[in-house]
Unconditional design. Structure first.
Length: 291
């Protein structure tokens, strides 16, 4: 038995982090914890009463120790790994409010697998074909314009009035000054702006600003794309913004007036991916093979 230790799990922390991810917050233990959580959920759902299944407390406790008490906004993504190695989305849901990773990863591993309305719930027979990607979000900043972000580096979080009024495109809506966690915001120049002396320093936050869902009779639509999406789709910044406007639920034509009413926050993520096979091999190497 190899036993459970951090060196062993690092063997499965292969090349899957983003080259641009200098923070390296996300590791294999985050993905393995998500896979362990959905596997336990599907095995213990009572669909097969003749099967007695108990989650491994030792494995779960070890993963929790590695994850620690950190808090981040997060997304969990499930993909089908095709025979040629390409990916097909199978579920993706997350939360912009910083949450304990131990609680948040488990919750959104299950929600994204079973309750993404775009897909049928994942079944236990599918797991062997899947990979899990965890994205821990950080460095939230207000954009000065709808294109004030970098493809492949920033995710975007857009907000748009559900119905445009005459002055909306001239007087862009502003987020609430109330922040989810004021103590964790700083003002700094970001890496991509540091060489430009004319750039105004941006406030960096650990989560998005608090947006009022409605202001009087005005309601807002919101949508997000993670940092990798625009690059994977081959979109320009404007194409990504237009797609996000549609994703948010905008029903009309997308005109310059509509775009001018959009407020954009940008953010970065630390991303990691591991497959079901990685998790299964890790468990076996640690002396806890699947039964």
């Amino acid at each position: 038995m190899s036993g459970l230790d951090e060196n062993l799990i690092n063997r499965f922390s292969s090349h899957r982090s983003q080259p641009s991810d200098q923070h390296q917050l996300c590791k294999a233990q985050h993905c393995f914890y998500c896979i362990e959580s959905i596997y336990n959920c599907l095995r213990s759902d009572g669909s097969n009463p003749s099967e007695s299944f108990k989650p491994s407390k030792v494995v779960l406790d070890h993963l929790r120790d590695l994850i620690g008490q950190h808090q981040y906004p997060l997304f969990v993504t499930w993909n089908v790994i095709r025979s040629d190695g390409s990916h097909r989305l199978r579920g993706c849901i997350g939360n912009f409010s910083p949450s304990s990773l131990i609680d948040g990863l488990k919750e959104y591993a299950i929600i994204s697998a079973l309750r993404d309305h775009r897909f049928k719930p994942i079944t236990i027979s599918e797991l062997q074909k899947l990979s899990c990607t965890v994205s821990l979000l950080h460095t939230f900043e207000d954009c000065d314009s709808i294109t004030d972000w970098s493809v492949g580096i920033h995710g975007i979080y857009i907000h748009l009035p559900e119905r445009l009024e005459r002055n909306d495109s001239n007087n862009r809506s502003q987020p609430s000054t109330i922040q989810t966690n004021n103590s964790n915001s700083t003002t700094t120049k970001t890496d991509d702006d540091s060489q430009n002396p004319d750039v105004v320093s941006k406030e960096v936050r650990n989560c998005p600003r608090s947006w009022s869902i409605s202001k009087g009779k005005k309601h807002y639509l919101s949508a997000t794309y993670l940092p990798e999406v625009a690059a994977e789709q081959g979109w320009t910044k404007l194409e990504a913004i237009d797609s996000a406007i549609c994703k948010a639920g905008w029903q009309g034509a997308i005109t310059d007036e509509v775009r001018n009413a959009v407020v954009v926050e940008r953010y970065q993520s630390s991303k990691w991916e591991n497959s079901f096979k990685d998790w299964k091999d890790w468990r076996e190497s640690a002396g806890f093979p699947l039964q």
